[in-house]
Design a protein around this ligand. Structure first.
Ligand code: SF4
Length: 737
């Protein structure tokens, strides 16, 4: 059955539920995701991946700005070599051009190798409607063609199907009983069925991974021999590719070829890389030479190339890695995380090339973990593109009511904080003594009931500040450093204890701390909701609030840190530069500044400070505590902070690594509320890994992750303490009084 793309949130949630109940797909994608990561890491060890990715980005960015010159050069060079080059403005034009080629050449039967661009234009259905026999010959593509489905992955189109399902389809097609367990036999059946198709075909249709302007050549990257049969046996060959496949030189293709197979399938090189340099000899052709056409498709590409942000899509080499590492794809599969193209780039291309309404629904399902950006062969900032799409929908269609209300409340700091105080007051009867809402039946929360919800703190951090200020370094003689503390709403109002713990650490190192009272929410939730105008207003308020002279602006929230550092640059440009340059996350500040400068010295696995007098009384230290670490997405990927928190944990406890430490916990700000069914699964997986590690405490750097994992551990009844890293450090401070 063809998969149905969602046009409404309700339909989409129904489809997500179905996907979550597909246990075969869940198991397969889970296994694939873990194995892919490990094997990819291995093949990248031997190259400078970051440098190559940067070079691919540079070449493709330049190509996007010179499409017309590259197209003209490619056409001239290819035509010198006997190729006919066409340019199609849109999908319909491309379909017509190819149909015309079939008619002019008396084509009756067609074999195809894998070509996402043909999926983009709906080519098969169009050609079949003309009475042509069209057969996919890539094994995965043939399987999904038999099922009348679209690919669920750009490189592994049938990854969602079990061998039993495939055997059933083969039984239907061949009329023969198939061995449902023997994959090799099934492959042989496919080969036997497809071989006569190649022999009889009048035309082969392929894609092209690169169209090289200097030589007019095309390059095709495949892992199955079908690609070469498609290109060589039939008398007519049509290569269909987007204008984004144009590159100036063969060296550019060779550079990308060092990354593409490594990122796609963890191979140094695919089994076949074919360069076609003009129309070569062909025994079946009446002229003795191949009839070779190249169709270059625009379909929104030249428009995208002019957009400063969306021109990045030209960097995509269709490696599929952004799906491989996407935690949402891993749970729901490509038919629910894409339309024609799959994964993070699929959401963006659906918006650019396909259906606006489908894109609007799908783009909500990005959790913003940044895994796709981190792995992309072209270094595309995919989360930023998806955020921009949401923002555009907000501007063009008007925001949904929750986003409008959030926008109204958050742009006025006093109103926002008054609302939080009111929420605190009104939920008091339901708050337990352990920091969770206890006295309400969880059934009231529906799907949101997968975790215990935190109650707001009796006293927000800002109300504690006048008292705390006294110990904030001002009395300790000349301070070594002067910082400003950015609290973020979650820590200010729900987890002030995390900030209080940090104050103890700062005080021990003689750091003078200021807490500008005019600070407000960092605005990341507004950006996630597509409310970019209010997000910029809020950003301005914060930049103004922190206008004083500070050595650093420190925050204990990884998401705030990432947004203050990188998001503000997108919202305010140079106006935020001085502010953003000073922003540091807590772990980096303690490890890379305080410890590195000798303001902190760890002794006997305890944290002490050089400037303190020798201690006389020592607090008992929990140095044997087994502590696992959850790396918040914004910290480990957006900010690239990996070692600092782990180094700090090792100093005061037994650090116990757990599986997939850097995978998302499922919080994702507003994502958790919008997609609780997905959020819950990600949370359970994370906590299962931590439990398997044997740790008794889980440490993290983000109050959002704390909310998710503390609440999850409580709901699941786990014997696991979940704290911020500041709390771990503060608990292990020497008592020097
Ligand atoms: S966006 Fe990047 S990771 Fe995704 S398919 Fe394209 S090149 Fe690969």
């Amino acid at each position: 059955m063809p998969h149905e793309s969602p046009r409404s949130a309700r339909a989409y949630h129904r489809q997500i539920e179905e996907a979550l109940n597909d246990s075969f797909q869940r198991r397969t994608l889970d296994k694939f995701a873990v194995e892919y990561r490990a094997s990819r890491d291995k093949v990248f060890e031997e190259i400078d991946g970051r440098e190559l990715i940067r070079r691919i980005a540079d070449v493709k960015d330049a190509a996007a700005q010179h499409i017309e010159e590259l197209y003209a050069q490619f056409k001239a060079e290819a035509e010198k070599r006997g190729v006919v080059v066409h340019r199609a403005a849109d999908a319909a034009a491309a379909r017509e051009i190819i149909a015309k080629i079939t008619a002019e050449n008396g084509v009756k039967s067609i074999v195809k190798s894998k070509c996402m661009t043909s999926e983009e234009i709906g080519l098969n259905a169009h050609l079949r409607a003309q009475g042509l026999d069209v057969c996919e010959t890539d094994l995965g593509e043939w399987i999904i063609q038999l099922r009348n489905e679209g690919p669920s992955h750009m490189v592994l189109p049938a990854i969602h199907l079990s061998r039993q399902q495939v055997a059933e389809d083969f039984e239907r097609v061949t009329g023969e009983k198939q061995d449902r367990e023997d994959v090799q036999r099934l492959v042989k059946v496919a080969r036997r069925e497809l071989r006569p198709k190649f022999e009889a075909a009048d035309m082969g249709i392929s894609g092209a991974n690169f169209c090289i302007a200097e030589t007019g050549s095309i390059a095709i990257v495949t892992n199955e021999g079908n690609g070469r049969l498609v290109n060589t046996l039939p008398r007519v060959h049509v290569a269909l590719a987007g204008l984004d496949k144009l590159v100036p030189k063969i060296d550019d293709a060779l550079t990308a070829l060092q990354v593409l197979p490594r990122n796609a399938t963890s191979q140094r090189l695919t089994s076949y890389v074919t360069f076609i340099d003009g129309a070569g000899p062909c025994a079946k052709s009446p002229t003795g030479r191949k009839i070779l056409h190249v169709v270059l498709l625009d379909n929104g590409r030249t428009k995208a190339a002019k957009d400063p942000l969306f021109s990045q899509v030209f960097r995509c080499v269709r490696c599929g890695a952004c799906a491989n590492v996407c935690p949402v794809f891993r749970l729901v599969g490509g038919h629910r995380m894409g339309h024609v193209y799959i994964g993070a780039i699929g959401l963006v291309l659906t918006y650019l090339f396909h259906d606006r309404q489908i894109a609007k629904t799908l783009c909500q399902n990005c959790i913003g973990c940044g895994s796709c950006k981190d792995i992309c062969s072209g270094g595309i900032d995919l989360p930023a593109l998806i955020q921009e799409i949401r923002a555009r929908f907000g501007r063009e269609d008007g925001s949904p009511l929750p986003a409008k209300l959030a926008s109204l409340a958050m742009k006025n700091r006093k109103l926002f904080h008054a609302l939080l105080r009111f929420a605190n007051f009104s939920h008091r009867p339901f708050a337990g003594s352990d920091g969770f809402v206890r006295h309400l039946p969880m059934a009231l929360f529906g799907k949101q009931g997968f975790k215990s919800l935190p109650s707001l703190a009796k006293k927000p951090f800002r109300d504690m500040w006048p008292e705390l200020q006294k110990g904030a370094g001002q009395d300790a003689g000349k301070p070594k450093l002067k910082i400003a503390l950015f609290a973020g709403c979650a820590q200010d109002f729900a987890y002030p204890q995390q900030l209080v713990a940090a104050m103890k650490v700062f005080a021990a190192a003689g750091v003078e701390v200021s807490f500008p009272m005019e600070q407000t929410c960092c605005g990341l939730p507004l950006t996630m909701l597509g409310e970019s105008k209010t997000a910029a207003e809020v950003a301005r308020q914060n930049v103004a609030a922190f206008a004083g002279e500070y050595d650093a602006i420190v925050t204990l929230c990884a998401s705030c840190a990432s947004h203050l550092k990188h998001g503000y640059a997108r919202l305010l440009g140079d106006d935020a530069a001085a502010f953003s340059a000073k922003v540091m996350d807590f772990s980096s500040f303690v490890n890379d500044v305080l410890v590195a400068r000798g303001l902190y010295v760890f002794e006997d696995s305890a944290l002490s400070t050089k400037h303190q007098a020798p201690s006389t009384k020592h607090q008992a230290l929990s140095t044997k505590e087994k502590v696992a670490y959850h790396a918040s997405c914004h910290l480990c990927r957006e900010l690239g902070v990996k070692e600092a928190p782990r180094a700090l944990i090792r100093q005061v406890a037994e650090y116990v690594p757990s599986a997939e430490e850097e995978s998302c916990c499922g919080f994702g700000g507003t994502f958790s509320a919008k997609f609780p069914e997905i959020s819950a699964e990600l949370m359970r997986k994370k906590l299962a890994h931590v439990t398997e590690s044997g740790a008794k405490r889980l440490v993290l750097d983000c109050p959002g992750c704390a909310m998710q994992l503390k609440g999850g551990a409580d709901k699941l009844g786990l014997d696991l303490k979940v704290t911020h890293i500041s709390e771990l450090l503060a608990e292990n401070l020497r008592d020097t009084k």
